[in-house]
Design a protein around this ligand. Structure first.
Ligand code: ACO
Length: 381
């Protein structure tokens, strides 16, 4: 054993600069290229936020129109991507389907190995445009439904919801979905973004970096938590069961998904905005039946009980899971929705990493057996 200080999980280690976003846990603030995420969520379409993350500035009207036209023209899935998805088992996890589809897009892209900034921006925009069709189609095929082709007269969020459900969303739903995409878009050196940067640092291609990032996001300690939140809600059942359920979970030292964060210890800056969006959905869907009200009661009860017992606050996955549930997404589709949003942040970081690259290769402290030798081995003279 050595006496070097080990920074397990790289906790507290600052490894590089980034100009993409700033997380300040002391003030619970998150800035994308300098803009508070709450202001972006309140005023911008997700398309403009994607442009901001890649280019550093919000688009003016002409730039936004040009970007939207290009995004709309690239939405449809190529036949080889659709055929590949069709080959995958219906019970494949949707994150595996998304990861595979991105890999096929990369393998088929003639400019996959052009590592210029301009080419990487085009590839980023291509993935941004196509991921909604992948996510929507995968949910539909698991429900035995046909693929719905994208519509180029709809904005990103309306088209995403239309391709998933087959009808145009109510404005309340469209707005909440747009807010969720913006809040999920970017969060500095989180595990999946860091994975993308590690892969980029070897001078690998953008698609490989995104595929790796999808793998990192899938885990329940990261993006997979939004899916896990719904499983917890199903398990608890109703608000009046929160106390006994929590007693058992904490006695077994289980992690309560949707709570806690490596960086934020006083609450996640994105939660109030997403909770407000969830509240609008609860009100909207309450007219359809008791499910929305029951879900809201369970949400509030678990939050109140867990925060009072442990002082650990909800993260973005806590309100977004129930929000996607109310919109009608399958629980298994929640983390792929995170992919569709976070691909903007990942690719902004990939482009930033490539522009001032240094191979990411930390050290380790060896704690295995001392040097030993194969019995009878004699080195060549
Ligand atoms: N449930 C129960 N206990 C928790 C939770 C939780 N959700 N989060 C932290 N703790 C406890 C730990 O058990 C630990 O207790 P101990 O000191 O008695 O052992 C202490 O708080 C510190 O927790 P760590 O896991 O060491 O903190 P870390 O910074 O490594 O963890 C993490 C952050 C992984 C997000 C953790 O809070 C967690 O597992 N949360 C649940 C999964 C989740 O919601 N992930 C989503 C992250 S945000 C996002 O991707 C949008």
């Amino acid at each position: 054993m050595t006496d070097v200080e080990i920074k397990k999980g790289l906790a507290g280690v600052t490894v590089d600069y980034t100009a993409v976003s700033k997380v300040n846990p002391d003030t619970n603030s998150l800035l994308y290229r300098g803009y508070p995420v709450q202001e972006l969520a309140a005023t911008q379409p997700f398309e403009a936020v994607a442009y901001l993350l890649w280019h550093g500035e919000l688009p003016d009207a002409a730039q936004l129109a040009e970007f939207e036209a290009s995004e709309r023209a690239q939405r449809a899935l190529d036949e080889n991507v659709k055929i590949t998805i069709d080959l995958l088992p219906l019970d494949a996890h949707p994150m595996d389907v998304v990861r595979t589809a991105v890999s096929v897009i990369g393998a088929s892209d003639p400019e996959a190995y052009d590592s210029s900034r301009e080419s990487d921006l085009r590839k980023s925009a291509r993935l941004f445009a196509k991921l909604p069709a992948i996510v929507a189609y995968d949910q539909r095929r698991r429900r035995g439904q046909e693929l719905i082709d994208p519509r180029d007269d709809l904005d990103y969020s309306s088209n995403f919801l239309y391709m998933t459900f087959g009808d145009l969303p109510d404005e309340v739903v469209r707005r909440a979905f747009n807010v969720s995409m913006i809040l999920y878009a970017e969060h500095s050196f989180n595990a999946s973004t860091f994975t993308a940067r590690v892969i980029t640092s070897t001078m690998s291609d953008l698609y490989s970096a995104v595929v790796g990032a999808i793998g990192a996001l899938k885990g329940p300690l990261h993006g997979g938590a939004n899916e896990a939140v719904m499983h917890i809600f199903d398990d608890i059942g109703s608000a009046d069961n929160v106390g006994p359920w929590l007693d058992a979970a904490l006695a077994e030292k289980r992690k309560i998904m949707g709570f806690g964060h490596r960086v934020y210890k006083k609450g996640d800056s994105r939660v109030p905005t997403m909770k407000a969006a969830l509240d609008t959905l609860v009100e909207h869907y309450s007219a359809d039946g008791p499910d929305a009200g029951d879900l809201a009661a369970l949400y509030d009860a678990l939050e109140a009980e867990f925060v009072s017992r442990k002082g650990i606050y909800p993260n973005l996955d806590y309100p977004s899971g129930p929000a996607y549930h109310l919109m009608g997404f399958d629980t298994l589709t929640f983390t792929p929705l995170f992919v569709a949003a976070r691909v903007t942040g990942w690719t902004a970081h990939i482009i930033e990493q490539a522009a001032s690259n240094a191979l990411i290769r930390p050290l380790s402290a060896y704690n295995g057996p001392e040097e030993r030798h194969i019995a009878g081995y004699v080195a060549d003279p």
